[in-house]
Design a protein around this ligand. Structure first.
Ligand code: SF4
Ligand code: SF4
Length: 498
């Protein structure tokens, strides 16, 4: 384990005292020129970068009225200051959302407001300097773009948008983050974040077919590149590879089998994740989204279902239509896109799945709402469907369920600590400290109700929890996929086909 102190979990949450500069050393690895090139950015800091950064900021503000309003309207009321998990976990005041915003706002004021141009000191305006750029790189990579702060801001100021804009500017002047940019490059080259080529993917899926046959005696298929299938499943590539993600994929396949639908995955678009959102790059966001459209058209499917991935669901639900739509070639009788939880919930509602809750009786389950699902999307045709539907799916599969405290779930959920392109080992200290508020809420239900399992519908949350749970003395295998629970409960075989 890394060399830093894991925050203590307290009985009651406290607002920490300020400790300036405690996370000033935390910076992710910088992208190498080849990583930058693969996403269309200069390989290193360009000449005259100061002016180019200022120009890019001006361009972003002129294109996004929201960004301008966010930069103009903060009244320093302080309501957001104690709402960020990174501030609560690190005690560094620059991790207060308002302070993070001010890193960009101070430069915006200097170059794009009357007061900042003529009386910079009076309004906290700053020149674009190397020190400012370094501070941006440090603290805009301590924001998981979770949007929790925006829920509590009376003006709805969204620090995530400001963080995305800052990262976009840095990329444009040649200072990118290795983790996110390298991953996006892999999607272009191979089709997924993991760099898993088509033959390896096919092997994995065939192996899963054998495993499920051994376990259930039933021929559950994991089809790849099947032209003319009704449903294209777009899922995070972590689902092909690692525990507990893969249990989720097995669960989706069993649900499709039980529903008797024809479905396929695509080796060309074998990734739901779209890290371009994290770097605020519209061009890359579109390019990755278009791969999914192309796969759907090439395979001739009628529907697209999205697997368990938080930010991918935000991109799909909120942005696909603008980025890659219209999806008028799909069947209009179904939601475009549809979340796997919506798909399973619909079958449960119609009594089409045979679920044995007692198969999960070894578990006392809680649910972690993922940020991008909770605060940036929806499910179903009801307000709050993104909270209700996954819980209803879980409750149909388990006898023991307890939610965490109300101020830590639904739209107030705490980030896992690894979202927004921060799920990289070079940021482990930040990830562990940022997970503290979620771990605290978890400890409460562990102590009060004997919870021993957290279900989640986000690949990043699952990977993050696997790593950070042990730092807080919880077992790493306490985290699981919602469809991992479905997989255990579902009864297949003779008499259960629909
Ligand atoms: S978006 Fe999330 S991580 Fe970023 S400042 Fe707000 S609360 Fe913190
Ligand atoms: S809550 Fe909103 S207005 Fe108040 S300090 Fe934070 S960002 Fe500014």
């Amino acid at each position: 384990m890394a060399d830093f102190q894991t925050p203590a979990l307290r009985e009651f949450p406290i607002i920490p005292l300020l400790h300036e500069g405690t996370m000033a050393h935390s910076r992710p690895f910088v992208a190498k020129p080849e990583h930058q090139a693969s996403v269309g950015f200069p390989g290193e800091l360009v000449e005259n970068w100061e002016q180019k950064a200022v120009d890019k900021l001006g361009e972003l503000v002129s294109k996004s009225r929201a960004l301008q309003v966010f930069l103009d309207s903060c009244v320093k009321c302080g309501a957001c200051t104690d709402k960020c998990h990174y501030y609560l976990g690190t005690e560094d005041p620059k991790n207060m959302p308002v302070a993070r915003q001010d890193l960009l706002r101070s430069v915006y004021r200097r170059y794009y407001t009357f007061a900042g141009k003529y009386f910079p000191k009076l309004v906290g305006a700053r020149d674009m300097t190397k020190d400012v750029l370094d501070e941006w790189y440090t603290y805009f990579h301590q924001c998981s773009q979770c949007r929790r702060c925006s829920v509590f801001c009376p003006y709805g100021i969204d620090t995530a948008e400001i963080s995305m804009a800052a990262r976009d500017i840095m990329d444009h002047v040649g200072l990118g983050q290795k983790y996110s940019n390298e991953i996006i490059g892999k999607v272009y080259k191979i089709g997924n974040n993991l760099g898993l080529p088509e033959p390896a993917l096919r092997d994995t899926l065939e192996g899963l077919e054998e495993d499920v046959k051994d376990e259930t005696g039933v021929d559950v298929k994991f089809p790849l590149d099947v032209k003319g299938a009704d449903i294209l499943l777009i899922t995070p590539s972590a689902d092909f590879f690692a525990e507990p993600h893969i249990d989720g994929l097995i669960g989706y396949a069993k649900v499709f089998h039980a529903a008797g639908v024809s479905w396929t995955m695509s080796s060309y678009a074998s990734e739901a994740a779209n890290f371009s959102m994290f770097i605020g790059s519209h061009d890359n966001l579109r390019k990755v989204a278009l791969r999914i459209r192309k796969a759907a058209e090439d395979l001739g499917v009628k529907r697209i279902v999205v697997g368990e991935c938080g930010h991918a669901w935000r991109v799909a639900y909120s942005f696909w239509n603008t980025l890659a739509g219209p999806f008028d070639f799909l069947d209009p009788n179904y939601p475009v896109p549809q979340h796997i939880c919506e798909f399973t919930y619909d079958l449960i509602q119609r009594g089409k799945l045979d679920l044995d809750k007692s198969a999960n009786d070894d578990l006392v389950v809680t649910f972690h709402d993922s940020c991008n699902v909770s605060r940036a999307s929806r499910m179903g045709d009801m307000p709050g469907g993104q909270f209700k539907i996954p819980r209803e799916v879980i409750k149909a599969c388990v006898n023991n369920f307890h939610d965490m405290a109300p101020d830590t779930i639904h739209e107030s959920t705490f980030c896992c600590g690894g979202g927004g392109g921060l799920l990289t080992d070079d940021l482990m200290e930040l990830r562990v400290k940022g997970a503290m508020p979620r771990m605290q809420a978890l400890k409460e239900v562990v102590d009060e109700h004997g919870v021993n399992h957290i279900a989640a519908i986000c690949a990043i949350c699952k990977s993050q929890f696997t790593k950070v749970l042990p730092y807080y003395k919880f077992p790493m295998d306490m985290i699981g996929s919602v469809h991992g629970l479905v997989s255990k409960a579902i009864k297949l075989g003779p008499g259960n086909e629909q």
